[in-house]
Design a protein around this ligand. Structure first.
Ligand SMILES: Cc1cc2nc3c(=O)[nH]c(=O)nc-3n(C[C@H](O)[C@H](O)[C@H](O)COP(=O)(O)OP(=O)(O)OC[C@H]3O[C@@H](n4cnc5c(N)ncnc54)[C@H](O)[C@@H]3O)c2cc1C
Length: 444
């Protein structure tokens, strides 16, 4: 492709960035997609990786593979660390280069969000969040490891701590995680241990607000809470977490001893607003104009979770559909400009509805005036999630896994993947603790 064709740099290969790159497939432009991960991640099913139902490769696809047939697209594995809107370039760190300038004629920023601990960054050490595949595998390790340690533990107090799991945040991620964990402990693990009863595990879901799934109607929130309680989840609402440390959490003055705390509460946008020195909303998302460009920069678009745009007086939610529709819109606008066509109408989000799954075969669905909960909603949830998975390979693999899990109760990916496991190995023979040649003491 000649150097004279316009360069469109897309930062982020998530829902927004990928939709933008695809919308540019027929454009006479060089499309350069930069992502710090080599894969596109289907975040809505992350909780299933964290709870061992699916493996990481079932919800992620290499971005390079997705765009392999798009001749005008080049993929760069690297982390964008800043942008210079005067020189029209972004700065990229990769394995062997730091701050390499990548020039653009048009820029689309689709860098998503990170966890936010609401000013308590110290909580992160004890309560990992769920945002990436690495997070999901870490959480899976911790959950499975807790059962393994409990099986080997004599002290009943420690036993209780190990089998108490606390989730902070009762939005969709917290509710889906709690439901899936309840099914994991009550169905899959129940007959796998000899010294502990996995079904005695406590799963506690905590939120400061007074209902679960706060963005759904009150009836659906109540149905989801009811379902969680039937699954054995303790739902504690209207109480904030004061402290998280190595021994558990303190909630409204009460300590809950737990060795596994998972953060499913807040998110903070990527630093894209700072890179551009652009106006942001209170949450730090870049305020964009109705055509998704940054004021004063018609060549820079911001889409998805990184962008802030009001529609009918309300901010658009941070969901995959918004990101995909915005990405497609930004790509189409650039395509039109390069083709010499006038801009189309301002962006308008078409809301297809919200869904959340609660345990096995039960979901809540809210779409316009339609509000349903139960198995029918779960079927709709399953169909939509299969439809939007990256490629048909994943669709078949996830579908087969779901059928297998639902028939047998068994999970596909119950592995503790810990690269340093051998260094911690110790063994006890006939009640005495012996040090393994390669590791420290631990009583079993
Ligand atoms: C656990 C979980 C469950 C969810 N469930 C649902 C659901 O059921 N339904 C729903 O609609 N939405 C759900 N969401 C929200 C949905 O996933 C997001 O709204 C959507 O992913 C936003 O798309 P995006 O393109 O803005 O960002 P993302 O999809 O997050 O993509 C951002 C991309 O940018 C890359 N990136 C970030 N910073 C840089 C950088 N500096 N340099 C290079 N690359 C960078 C990241 O690696 C990533 O690939 C869920 C989110 C999570 C975390």
């Amino acid at each position: 492709m000649p150097n004279s064709v316009p360069r469109v740099v897309v930062v982020g290969g998530g829902f927004g960035g990928l939709a933008a790159a695809r919308a540019l497939r027929k454009t006479n432009a060089r499309v350069i997609l930069v992502d710090r991960e080599n894969h596109h991640l289907f975040q809505p099913l992350l909780y299933q990786v964290a709870t061992s139902e699916l493996g990481p490769a079932q919800i992620g696809s290499p971005i390079r593979g997705i765009l392999r047939n798009q001749r005008n697209a080049t993929v760069i594995l690297g982390e964008v660390t800043g942008a210079d809107s005067d020189r029209r370039c972004v700065f990229v760190d990769s394995a062997d280069r730091e701050g390499a300038a990548v020039k653009y004629d048009y820029l689309i920023l689709a860098t998503g969000v990170r966890h936010s601990y609401f000013g308590h960054g110290e909580f992160e050490r004890f309560a990992p969040g769920l945002k990436s595949l690495a997070d999901a595998v870490l959480i899976r390790n911790r959950i499975l490891q807790a059962f393994e340690q409990a099986e080997a533990e004599e002290d009943p107090d420690r036993h209780r701590e190990l089998l108490t799991f606390v989730l902070v945040g009762a939005g969709p991620t917290g509710v889906e995680m709690a439901g899936a964990m309840a099914v994991l402990v009550r169905n899959t693990l129940r007959s796998d241990f000899r010294r502990i009863d996995p079904t005695s595990a406590r799963i506690i879901l905590i939120d400061l607000v007074d209902r679960v799934l706060g963005t759904f109607s009150r009836n659906l929130s109540a149905a989801a809470k009811d379902r969680l309680e039937k699954l054995g989840v303790e739902v504690r609402l209207g109480r904030g977490v004061d402290q998280i440390d190595a021994d558990g959490v303190i909630v409204a003055g009460e300590r809950i001893a737990s060795k596994t705390v998972i953060w499913t509460a807040g998110v903070a946008p990527s630093p894209a607003g700072k890179w551009l020195k652009a106006e942001t909303d209170r949450a730090g998302r870049v305020r964009v104009q109705p055509d998704l460009t940054v004021p004063g920069h018609p060549e820079i678009f911001v889409v998805g979770d990184t962008a802030s745009l009001d529609q009918d007086g309300h901010p658009l939610p941070g969901v995959a559909q918004v990101a995909m529709q915005q990405g497609r819109y930004a790509g189409t606008q650039i395509h039109r400009r390069i083709g010499g066509k006038p801009a189309s109408r301002p962006f308008r989000y078409f809301d297809k509805g919200n869904m959340a799954v609660v345990g096995k075969g039960f979901a809540v669905l809210q779409s316009g005036r339609v509000r349903i909960s139960g198995f029918l909603a779960w079927l709709a949830w399953a169909a939509v999630h299969l439809e939007f998975l990256g490629n048909s390979n994943l669709r078949v693999s996830v579908f087969v896994q779901w059928v297998w899990t639902s028939l047998t109760g068994q999970r596909g990916s119950r592995l503790i993947v810990n690269h340093h496991a051998s260094a911690k190995t110790s063994m006890t023979i006939c009640g005495s603790t012996e040090r393994h040649p390669s590791g420290p003491r631990r009583s079993v």
